[in-house]
Every structure is written in structure tokens, then in C-alpha cells.
Design a protein around this ligand. Structure first.
Ligand code: HEM
Length: 531
């Protein structure tokens, strides 16, 4: 673009207007320059850009403010707008000037390939997570690979199997806390217990120590509330990355003064950092073998990847990724099973085929023989993905070429463009999932091919590293809870009953803050426990 020529032409065109003097000239020129720049930017984005042929709301293609309005001002509401765009324009839509969103399950593996293909992440997605340097925030493919490799062996099937005693111990503790509440037929916000349990397990695995939330009267609620407040900034950080940089650079003590509601979270950040330092200094080979951060510190990662700051960030990611998501799956599962007695009975019948004792925590080997339990887990994560954000990727080398078969149109997304799929959009595709809003675990047994549309754990080389652990944890807890408790129908004995829990208000995603949020004022999953 020849700016000099543009500015000169505009100035010549307004010769009749009295010419400003001194500093006014600079203001005048700046305004003209800005107007010209924005005019050019608008024309470029709408007409000249390689993405201009991609359908979607024109405002979304013109400016990032469209997305910012729905995400920041309206609070995580852009996912509804994107769904509406797909309904109106088809399987590929442009959701901001540099991002294309897809909804075609048969294209998922092209968008999220395995190891052979490079996939980057955009910088803003890295900052948005609030964990700079962690694997989820590592933009460049090769750096991501080496950092992820150092972590992934701790989440292999064999490693997770070694965690079985720890998971069993925590499930036992959870059941005993539930039993305590049952003595006086208390109404319990069960999601707090699940968060506490998931947090204790992953923190213990990461550092060899935990906050012991399951033993606390409030199940660590102040910590989780502070985490929610921190997480509420995700869209602000995405829209204004300089704010994210500022927040990250601000010392913890100052953050606590400026925003006391995040104090518990800041304290936990310090705790994670101190644990990393402690493990680094301990030189204990056992700790290195059995804890994630011991392993990372002893791995072949270059020293630049083993700094305290990066590992504290990785710690925050691992802990946050492992607690809220797992607890959300458990919460949604308990809701649906108590709200659908026929499905609950099917699960209980299946459990009875491998476990005879009501108070037993089933072994992993027993859980592997339970296809209906596995289908329940798939179905709750389909309906309520614990990480519901747009799974953004960039293909740095090759264009993405997509053919909309229904319309017979080919779209080319050039290398360097951001693209994404949102799990909930994919999971509500009525062509794949009949009655998509309904809880029907049996569909996973009758139609295994539907898994091609499942994005609950992401896919490809940046998919969820903790999937095996998550499935084990959710399976063990669900099975143990429903082996022990029946649905309350007025009988005596160990029972659970939903208490003022409404799916659309308390369980469904009402806002996307990477993790889903229920409606404002919701008290989540409430259950009356009776012994
Ligand atoms: C039901 C529980 C879980 C769900 C639904 C879930 C979902 C996801 C999803 C969708 C992604 C991809 C994010 C993206 O593409 O932007 C992801 C990534 C990740 N998850 Fe999970 N997750 C769960 C449990 C866990 C657990 C228990 C851990 C253990 C620490 C974990 C650790 C991670 C990590 C480290 C990543 C980043 C992977 C990377 O960037 O390479 N997740 N998870």
C-alpha cells in the first residue's frame, strides 16, 4: 500500500478547507492516516483477503470487536453466535478476521492430524490460558512436541495403572465424606466434592503432595472460587494480550492487594512454584520417578525448558486441566443418571456383573469390562465437554483445502490462518447424534462410528494428554458411587436424590470460559444424601 500517495491525494482533495498550523497539522495528518488505514483494513478484510470468500457474519470478518463484544461484554457468549452462523451459512464460517470455524466431523482428522503434520497455536491462545510456556500455551509445533514428550509418559496407560492405589484411596475418602453427609440427610453441592477429589489426585501425582481438599470442611471452595475469578479473565486476556502480559508480570502480593478475591489462587501459584523448587533441590530419585515434576526435571529437556517460571506454569496447567474438567464430567454424569432412572438401572445391572460387594471400589481391570459405563462417560462428555473452547490451530506449512459437498464449493484456508472446531458444536450435530440434546449412552454401543465427531478430549497431536487418567478417574468414581447408592424412591438405605437441580440452569453450558459455566446464580448439582 502506498501510504504517501494516499495521504497526498486526500490532502489535495480538501484544499478548500483552511490549512491547519503546527501541532494541528500532526493531529490532522494522524486522523487522516488513521481513517485511511481503517478504510484500507476494512476493504482488505472484506474483499481482498484470501478469507473473503469464506461465509459468515460480515461484522465478524471486518473486526475483532464483534467477537470481543460477545466474549468480554456479554460474557462467553460467542459460541452461540458461531452455532447460529453454521446454521445460516453451512459447515465453514469465518468467525473473526483471521479465524475459520468448521463443523464437519468427516474433516476432523485433517484439521487435527497425528504426529506427521505440524500444527501451531496462535500466540493469543497461548496468553489467554494464563499459563505462558506450558504445553497448552506453546505456539510453535516443534517446541510443543519436545515439552509434551517430557509430560506424556506420565499419562500413558501403564503410568496411570500405577496410580490405581492412589485413585482408590481418594475414592474411598470421597465415599466416606458422602456417608458423613448422609447421616443427617444433608443436601450437598456434590460438584465441590468432585473438584476436591480430582484436585487432590492430580496434585499428589504432580508433586507428591496435595492441598488435601477432600479432608477440608469446605472442600477447598475458596481456592476453586478464586480460580474461577482468575479464569473469568480469559476473554479479556485473549482480546487484550498486553493485559495478560501485565497480569503475568505483576507480583503476587500486588495482585492480592488489587484483587483480594484471587488470593487463594495466588497462594496456590506460590505453592506450585515452591514444590517445583523443592523437587529440584531434593535430589530424591524416588520422587523423580513417581511425580510428574520430578520426571520433567530429570528429563532430557533443555535447561531453558526447566526454569522455575516455565515449570510453575506447566504445573498450573496440569493441575487446572486435571481438576475442573474431570469434576465437570462427574457432576454431569451424576445429574443425568439420577434424572434418568432407566439409564441408571442399566449401569447398576452392568456393575453387578463384575462387582458383588456394594462397598467395593472396582479395579481398573473390572472397569475395563463395562462397555455401558464407558458409553455413559462418552455421552456426558459429549453433552457437557469440560473444555468447551474453540480448539484453535494453525497449519504453518500447508493450506487447508475443504470442499463443502452439499453446496459444491471449495474453500482454501491459507497457511498461517487460525482455524478451530468447538466440541459442543460438533457434538450437537443431529446428522451424527440423533436427538443430540438427549442423554442416550446406548448410542455409543449401537453406533461406534459416531466417535469420529467426538471432540471432548480434542484430537491429534495437541489433544488431551490426560485422557486415560481422566477416564479412569471418572469411571472409578462413578462406578463406586452407584454401586453404593441407589436412586431415592422413598425407601430406606443408601440413596441419592436430586435437589432443586435444573439441567438448563445448573448443568448445561451457559457461558464459555474455556471451562463451561452454568447460568448466573446457579448453585450447581445439589443432591440429598441419605444413609
Ligand atoms: C474429563 C476430563 C477432561 C477433559 C474433558 C479434557 C479435555 C481436554 C481438551 C478438549 C483438550 C484440548 C484443548 C485444545 O485443543 O485447546 C485438553 C488438553 C489437555 N489436557 Fe485435558 N481433559 C480432561 C482431563 C485432563 C486431565 C485429568 C489432565 C491431567 C493433567 C489433562 C491435561 C491436559 C493437558 C496437559 C492438555 C494440553 C495438551 C497439549 O496442549 O498438548 N486433561 N484436554
Amino acid at each position: 500500500m502506498n501510504w504517501e500517495f494516499l495521504n497526498r491525494s486526500i490532502l489535495q482533495g480538501v484544499k478548500a478547507v483552511p490549512q491547519p498550523q503546527g501541532i494541528d497539522v500532526w493531529i490532522y495528518l494522524s486522523v487522516v492516516w488513521a481513517l485511511g488505514y481503517f478504510l484500507y483494513l476494512g476493504i482488505y478484510r472484506l474483499i481482498l483477503s484470501d478469507l473473503s470468500r469464506i461465509p459468515g457474519d460480515r461484522l465478524a470478518a471486518l473486526t475483532y470487536w464483534y467477537e470481543t463484544y460477545y466474549e468480554v461484554y456479554r460474557g462467553g457468549q460467542y459460541f452461540h453466535v458461531i452455532d447460529e452462523m453454521h446454521r445460516r451459512y453451512g459447515p465453514v464460517v469465518r468467525v473473526n478476521p483471521n479465524e475459520v470455524h468448521f463443523e464437519d466431523p468427516d474433516f476432523n482428522d485433517v484439521l487435527y492430524p497425528g504426529l506427521g503434520k505440524r500444527r501451531d497455536k496462535p500466540e493469543y491462545a497461548a496468553l489467554r490460558a494464563g499459563t505462558p510456556g506450558s504445553i497448552v500455551a506453546t505456539a510453535e509445533h516443534d517446541v510443543h512436541r519436545r515439552r509434551r514428550n517430557a509430560l506424556s509418559s506420565f499419562f500413558s496407560g501403564a503410568s496411570v495403572r500405577r496410580l490405581e492405589p492412589i485413585i482408590h484411596e481418594h475414592v474411598g475418602r470421597l465415599l466416606s465424606r458422602m456417608q458423613d453427609c448422609g447421616i443427617h440427610h444433608e443436601v450437598v453441592e456434590l460438584h465441590h466434592m468432585f473438584k476436591a477429589c480430582a484436585s487432590d489426585i492430580i496434585t499428589l501425582y504432580a508433586f507428591g503432595d496435595s492441598f488435601h481438599f477432600l479432608e477440608k470442611k469446605d472442600f477447598g471452595q475458596p481456592y476453586f472460587e478464586a480460580g474461577d475469578t482468575f479464569n473469568g479473565l480469559t476473554h479479556v486476556f485473549g482480546a487484550f494480550p498486553w493485559l495478560a502480559r501485565l497480569a503475568i508480570a505483576t507480583p503476587g502480593w500486588l495482585v492480592k492487594i488489587l484483587n483480594p478475591s484471587v488470593s487463594d489462587f495466588v497462594d496456590s501459584q506460590e505453592w506450585w512454584l515452591n514444590k517445583v523448587r523443592e523437587i529440584r533441590q531434593s535430589g530424591d530419585p524416588e520422587r523423580a520417578k513417581s511425580t510428574i515434576f520430578g520426571g520433567i526435571l530429570n528429563s532430557s529437556l533443555p535447561e531453558e525448558d526447566k526454569t522455575d517460571a516455565r515449570l510453575a506454569s506447566e504445573a498450573q496447567l496440569v493441575v487446572l486441566a486435571g481438576e475442573g474438567t474431570t469434576a465437570h464430567a462427574l457432576t454431569s454424569a451424576v445429574y443425568h443418571l439420577l434424572a434418568n432412572p432407566i439409564e441408571l438401572q442399566k449401569l447398576k445391572d452392568e456393575l453387578a456383573t463384575v462387582v458383588t460387594h456394594q462397598r467395593q471400589v472396582p479395579t481398573f481391570t473390572q472397569l475395563d469390562k463395562l462397555p455401558y459405563l464407558s458409553a455413559v462417560i462418552n455421552e456426558v462428555i459429549r453433552l457437557h465437554p469440560g473444555a468447551m473452547h474453540r480448539q484453535v490451530r494453525v497449519s504453518p506449512d500447508d493450506p487447508i483445502v475443504y470442499t463443502d459437498k452439499r453446496r459444491g464449493v471449495e474453500y482454501v484456508v491459507p497457511p498461517g490462518t487460525v482455524y478451530a472446531i468447538s466440541p459442543l458444536t460438533s457434538h450437537m450435530n443431529a446428522d451424527i447424534f440423533e436427538d443430540p440434546f438427549q442423554f442416550k449412552p446406548q448410542r455409543w454401543i449401537d453406533h461406534p462410528e459416531i466417535s469420529r465427531a467426538f471432540m471432548g478430549f480434542g484430537r491429534g497431536n495437541r489433544g488431551c494428554v490426560g485422557m486415560t487418567l481422566a477416564r479412569r478417574e471418572v469411571g472409578a468414581i462413578l462406578a463406586s458411587v452407584f454401586l453404593k447408592y441407589d436412586l431415592y424412591r422413598g425407601q430406606d438405605g443408601l440413596t441419592l436424590e436430586l435437589y432443586d437441580t435444573v439441567r438448563t440452569r445448573d448443568i448445561d453450558a451457559n457461558a464459555d470460559y474455556i471451562v463451561p459455566r452454568p447460568a448466573k446464580g446457579s448453585r450447581g448439582l445439589r443432591v440429598r444424601i441419605r444413609n
